[in-house]
Write a protein of this length. Structure first.
Ligand code: HEC
Ligand code: HEM
Ligand SMILES: [Cu+2]
Ligand SMILES: [Cu+2]
Lengths: 602, 332
């Protein structure tokens, strides 16, 4: 029952909390890599006719920046909180399938490493370093990504890497759905779930329905590239537009996969720090579900310039505008949560409020390009880049940082420094507005996105310089954040069970929680178990020492072995060597077999 | 209203310390197509600005008014308020009606239909240059699109290879150039001038260098231009450098990729029959002068990454290049 130590215990762990921490640190590392790529992009664009990197390198940088941030930084950072917090919030000892959970993590790690290996392995493909990283943009439009127009291994890395990452997300998606539906403590009815867990659930349903679509799209592309099929080849009677439909049918739900967890965090953080229940909890939940459902019916708003015809454009304009309604509702509910509260300005609250303030801007610019004719002047320009970053950076990242400052004490047992936290917040807030607000203007003044250079005559040099300065302010703020994490590890104040006075179950156990989470599984009688409301007193925390021994399953190597099979399989087409495929398949099969037959009492 | 926005924009730009001119701005439309889009956007912009102001102010007021103070009584645990929640569901929905109605109207107004007498031009995107074919006039040119003032123009846009997007912002919105599909836009330019644009869909290494220019001529100016373009290529005078250049051209790889009427039939690269009449080369990237022509012919990919006009093998001799330059410049 005591905590195992040492490297092996981490490599074989199936404890949702440790896996959550693994996700956290890995995602943070990828976030830094994606950030460095962004800085290169901004340095190149700081002035017209930039000479810092070549056209080819630039195209790899922006492709890898987008792909890394979306699939390797933001999604897994969200996953780190799903892992750590969901079982605690629902009063469970672990997720439903702990080994599958470990498998998801290792697949994510290996997929991410495979993608990023492309930066260095050029020489193996008779090319220089920094030559074979993916270079087709994060939405990899066919037919540019066909072998004919992209002959190198660049796009192969991208296709295979994303296929692998999809497996990780799908496995985790099923795992969390089963966990949330089946592992709830007695009395934890669906409408008593914390908002974060609810948004996690909606996100997982989006994942298990959206990822199969991109999997199919990528499989077609993979077949085209490796086996000479013609799914997207015009000369063979097909159309590259098919890719766009498949990609955005996945891609739009994907943007909600990225924002809903952040909305969940904010919906948990605001009540805690205004000491008031979430205003209109059912409405926040239902609007989350509605956003999830509606996100399936708007994909063609990414294709208004494709020429789908006025009828299709009108329909997708209407559905896109409609989705702004439940989004707006959430914003009003958050403000109403703060209204009449006793607002404590902790760092976590700063980030949650920053989320609301910035997300409003992103939502409004979204409405301006929900109008197809207006979008014809905006799509594929920096105006859209501004929108993306107000929702991803101002939205997802601010929301997830609120989560970090809120839950870090629970996850590590140490408090973060609040002063450094606020310096971090303000620098990041100013930095992001300097970096991304000018992009609205840059786009309206006619600068397209994905250009490695622009003419001085365009007149956007100064605005771009301002944006680059903003990017470096963001980088500085992230450095301060890292210092804060470091100082907390070395001499942070020990965290009590509940440093903030939270209402939900994760605050009823020690920080960090024991391996078994709850010494006694709690019985839940209302939605805010740890608060006293008109009708209820606060719940009693579980005893510090379990009244009877608790069995905790041991670790296993097999999830990792099975996961290792996937990148090895991917090496086969990359290197065009058949026997490697057999090695990969053998690892995968052996891993799954051994895992299935390994008893739990290890 | 556009005036207000222009004013706001000017202030913003002044703060940012730059003043223009902005040759690719979407905010000073120079055609009917550009103008209706601009009006639509202006309307939506003001709605958005209004909502922004109201909601952010509300947020700030809430934060100030309810910030933590010693001795503040514990907040009332309100759980919700049905009427208010219905209200703030309906309010955005109502605003969106004001956005949606003009949107749909404009969608149908900008669907690319043009009157029968419109000047029809086929636009074909290539990695990384533009081909313009005037069907009725029977002329072909590259990278610089000439259109007459005030007359309806209809562009039929497609691609010879990957997906591009044709975009000349002052004249209106962009449309993708997709292999196997034809997209149409129609506009009527309302001021003589040269308008810059560029490819807007990522299309590979030199996407950033796939620029274009639209020259809006007066009616007579357009007629003069068309007459010149329809004529055969200028024949260089005997004994000139240009004449030697023609001979070099005819025996070099150039003929495999370029058309010069009566000289060579290639269709991989731009038609050069009147290349000397264009102000720029390499899709608007460089001025059309001897120095740039010479270095372009010597090593195009060095000037434009990935360019499909590969380095000549074996390399051309310097005097051959000089002759070629003289010849090309003479093709007015
Ligand atoms: C392999 C095919 C190929 C060959 C051979 C070739 N070119 Fe080109 N050329 C192109 C392509 C493609 C372009 C458009 C490149 C771009 O703008 O990216 C081009 C562009 C040009 C342009 C600029 C035209 C404009 O209006 O922008 C000139 C001038 C030119 N070529 C001259 C020559 C001469 C002279 C030769 C022979 C020495 C030659 N080319 C050989 C393919 C070729
Ligand atoms: C009010 C809600 C929103 C509306 C109406 C909206 C609308 C749109 C539209 C119409 C586009 C296409 C723009 C174009 O390419 O021309 C777009 C792009 C995009 N949106 Fe939103 N959006 C909203 C919220 C969000 C949210 C919440 C996210 C994610 C957190 C998001 C992420 C993106 C991204 C990443 C793109 C660009 C994808 C790309 O081209 O690379 N949006 N949005
Ligand atoms: Cu979308
Ligand atoms: Cu392009």
């Amino acid at each position: 029952m005591s905590e195992a130590r040492g490297l092996t215990s981490w490599l074989t762990t199936t404890d949702h909390k440790r896996i959550g921490l693994l996700y956290f640190w890995t995602a943070l590392a990828f976030f830094l890599i994606g950030g460095i790529e962004a800085l290169f992009i901004r340095v190149q664009l700081a002035q017209p006719n930039g000479q810092v990197v070549s056209a080819e390198t630039y195209n790899q940088l922006f492709t890898m920046h987008g792909t890394t941030m979306i699939f390797l930084a933001l999604m897994p950072l969200g996953a780190s909180f799903f892992n750590y917090m969901v079982p605690l919030q629902i009063g469970a000892r672990d997720v439903a399938f702990p080994r599958l959970n470990a498998f998801s993590y290792w697949v994510f790690l290996f997929g991410g490493l495979l993608l990023n290996a492309s930066w260095f392995v050029g020489p193996l493909f008779h090319a220089g370093m920094l030559n074979v990283a993916p270079d087709g943009g994060w939405f990899g439009y066919a037919n540019l990504t066909e072998r004919q127009y992209s002959p190198g291994p660049n796009i192969d890395f991208w296709v295979l890497g994303l296929q692998i990452l999809g497996i990780s997300s799908l496995a985790a998606g099923f795992n969390f759905i089963v966990t949330i539906l089946n592992m709830r403590a007695p009395g934890m009815k669906m409408m008593r779930l914390p908002a974060f867990t609810w948004m996690t659930l909606v996100t997982q349903f989006l994942i298990i329905t959206a990822f199969p679509v991109i999997t199919v799209g990528l499989a077609f592309l993979m077949f085209d590239r490796f086996f000479g099929t013609h799914f997207y080849v015009r000369e063979a009677g097909a159309t590259p537009i098919l890719w766009q439909h498949l990609f955005w049918l996945f891609g739009h739900p994907e943007v909600y996969i990225l924002i809903l967890p952040a909305m969940g965090v904010v919906s948990d953080v605001l009540p805690t720090f205004s000491r008031k229940p979430l205003f209109g909890y059912p409405v926040v939940v239902y609007s989350g579900i509605l956003i999830g459902l509606m996100s399936w019916g708007v994909w063609s708003h990414h294709m208004f310039a494709v020429g789908l015809g006025p009828i299709a454009d009108s329909v997708f304009a209407a559905t896109t505008m409609l989705i702004a309604v439940p989004t707006g509702v959430k914003i009003f509910n958050w403000i109403a949560t703060l209204w009449g509260g006793d607002i404590r300005g902790t760092t976590a609250l700063h980030f949650a409020v920053g989320f609301i303030a910035m997300f409003i801007i992103g939502g409004l610019s979204g409405v301006t390009h929900a109008s197809p004719p207006a979008d014809l002047q905006q799509t594929d320009t920096y105006y859209v880049v501004a929108h993306i970053h107000y929702v991803f950076f101002g939205g997802t990242i601010f929301g997830l940082f609120a989560g970090v400052y809120y839950w870090w004490p629970k996850m590590t047992g140490r408090l973060l420094d609040e002063t450094l936290g606020k310096v971090h917040f303000w620098l990041q807030f100013i930095g992001m507005n300097l970096a991304f607000f000018p992009m609205h203007l840059i786009g309206l003044l006619g600068m397209p996105r994905r250009v490695y250079t622009y003419a001085p005559e365009l007149g956007v040099g100064t605005l771009n310089l301002v944006s680059t300065i903003g990017a470096f302010l963001i980088a500085l703020s992230i450095l301060i954040f890292l210092v804060n994490l470091w100082r907390s590890r070395t001499h942070g104040q020990p965290a009590p069970n509940d440093p903030w006075g939270g209402a939900t179950l994760e605050w009823s156990v020690s920080s960090p929680p024991p391996v078994y989470n709850f010494s006694v599984i709690p019985t839940v009688t209302n939605r805010l178990p740890r608060w006293s409301t008109e009708r209820h007193g606060p719940m009693r925390d579980p005893p510090a020492v379990p009244p009877e021994p608790i069995h905790v399953p041991g670790g296993s190597w097999w999830p990792m072995v099975a996961a290792l099979g996937l990148p090895v399989l991917a090496l086969a087409p990359l290197t065009q060597t058949l026997w490697v495929a057999f090695v990969g398949a053998a690892l995968l099969i052996a891993g799954v077999y051994a895992w299935a037959f390994q008893p739990f009492e290890v | 209203m556009p005036r207000y926005r222009l004013w706001l924009l000017t202030v913003a730009l002044w703060v940012a310390g730059c003043g223009g001119p902005f040759p690719q701005t979407t905010l000073e439309p120079r055609s009917d197509f550009g103008s209706v889009i601009d009006q639509l956007f202006t309307g939506i912009f003001w709605w958005a600005a209004g909502v922004f102001l109201v909601v952010e102010t509300l947020l700030v007021i809430t934060l100030i008014r309810f910030r933590h103070r010693e001795g503040r009584p514990a907040p009332k645990p309100t759980h919700g308020h049905t009427l208010m929640e219905i209200a703030w569901t309906l309010a955005p929905a109502a605003i969106l009606v004001f956005v949606a109605v003009p949107t749909v109207r404009t969608i149908f107004a900008t669907a690319g239909e043009a009157p029968a007498d419109a000047l029809k031009v086929d636009v074909i995107g290539h990695q990384w240059w533009w081909e313009f074919r005037y069907r009725e006039l029977g002329l072909v040119t590259a990278n610089e699109l000439h259109v007459p003032l005030g007359r309806a123009v209809q562009l039929s846009i497609t691609s010879a290879d990957v997906i591009h997007a044709f975009w000349a912002p002052p004249l209106g919105g962009k449309r993708d150039a997709i292999p196997g599909h034809v997209n149409r836009i129609a506009f009527r330019a309302d001021r003589v001038g040269v308008y810059d644009g560029q490819c807007a869909e990522f299309c590979g290494a030199s996407h950033a260098n796939m620029r274009l220019r639209v020259v809006v001529d007066s009616d007579s100016g357009f007629g003069r231009w068309a007459t010149v373009q329809l004529a055969g290529p200028a024949a260089p005078a005997a004994g000139t450098l240009a004449e030697r250049g023609k001979a070099v051209f005819a025996r070099s790889a150039c003929i495999g990729c370029h058309t010069i009427q009566g000289v060579s039939p290639g269709v991989i690269g731009p038609n050069l029959t009147h290349v000397g009449s264009r102000a720029t080369i390499a899709s608007g990237l460089f001025p059309n002068d001897s120095a740039h022509l010479a270095s372009w012919i010597a090593d195009a990919p060095a000037l434009k990454p990935g360019s499909l006009m590969t380095r000549m093998k074996p390399p051309l001799k310097d005097d051959d290049i000089a002759a070629l330059v003289a010849y090309l410049a003479s093709l007015k």
